[in-house]
Unconditional design. Structure first.
Length: 103
């Protein structure tokens, strides 16, 4: 209609309408962060296995698992960093490491 304009209240109501658009069902922050931690763990595991498949003759400028960790830390809130820093520890200790790699 000519002459109609949206007010800021109309825009806010449109943005907060739960029936509009796609919404993730993960509204609980704890559940969302637990899912993110699980996805991170899987990505870190595969990056670690892939990184360990290269020879260890020279140092690598990019270590794939650390790149995954950096991306995860950039995407989550700083208060969850402790969980994402500690999560790779069991992966690093349990995945088979060649004998010639120093501890």
């Amino acid at each position: 209609m000519p002459g109609m304009s949206l007010t800021s209240k109309d825009v806010r109501n449109h943005q907060n309408d739960p029936g509009r658009g796609f919404r993730l069902p993960l509204r609980q922050p704890l559940l969302r962060n637990a899912l993110a931690l699980g996805v991170f763990g899987a990505a870190f595991y595969f990056a670690y296995r892939y990184g360990m498949s290269f020879s260890h003759v020279t140092a690598s400028p990019f270590w794939f698992p650390d790149a995954v960790l950096l991306c995860a830390l950039l995407l989550v809130q700083p208060r969850w960093w402790w969980a994402f820093v500690l999560a790779p520890l069991p992966i690093r200790l349990s995945v088979a490491v060649p004998l010639d790699v120093p501890l």
